[in-house]
Ligand binder design. Structure first.
Ligand SMILES: [Zn+2]
Length: 151
């Protein structure tokens, strides 16, 4: 494997910052669903599209989506890439092992969501069926949905 350039691992601009922000009503509802290990999407009353994470406006109809619906825990890995570094406290650190992140389209969803995959890079395939893996202890945070693994 090609060595990662030192300038990449040690950026000139430090990236050590914290954000404190409100996620908004739609993402709050999504995260509240995580407390029950549920994945909620917003459904358009006109075209029926379900988007996850939920957002206020349908991208096709430009109408406010007011209905929330629970999505299945399974979907399809549409595409992926292999990561070799992690950003930790503003510094790039070499990962212990290469890992897979990709776009997962839950069954019935109109869009795919970014997720970490619990599958080796050699075994990852676009089009493979995957299922959600939750942390044992959920608290209504993004990290509750730990990853997806082959279904
Ligand atoms: Zn629509």
């Amino acid at each position: 494997m090609e060595e990662i350039k030192d300038t990449f691992l040690h950026p000139v601009v430090p990236l050590d910052f914290q954000n404190n922000y409100r996620v908004g009503a739609y993402l709050q509802r999504y995260l509240d669903g995580f407390k029950e290990k549920k994945i909620l999407g917003a459904k358009c009353s006109q075209c029926g599209r379900v988007v996850v994470p939920p957002r206020k406006y349908c991208g096709a109809c430009n109408l406010v989506m007011e209905e929330f619906t629970e999505l299945p825990q399974e979907g399809t890995l549409e595409n992926f890439t292999v990561g070799h570094v992690n950003l930790e406290k503003g510094q790039w650190k070499r990962a212990d092992a290469p890992y897979v992140i990709g776009m997962v389209r839950l069954d019935g969803a109109a869009n795919a969501m970014l997720a970490r995959l619990n599958v080796s890079p050699a075994d990852a395939r676009a089009g493979m069926k995957v299922k959600a893996v939750w942390k044992d202890q959920v608290e209504g945070e993004h990290a509750d949905l730990d990853c997806f693994e082959p279904a």
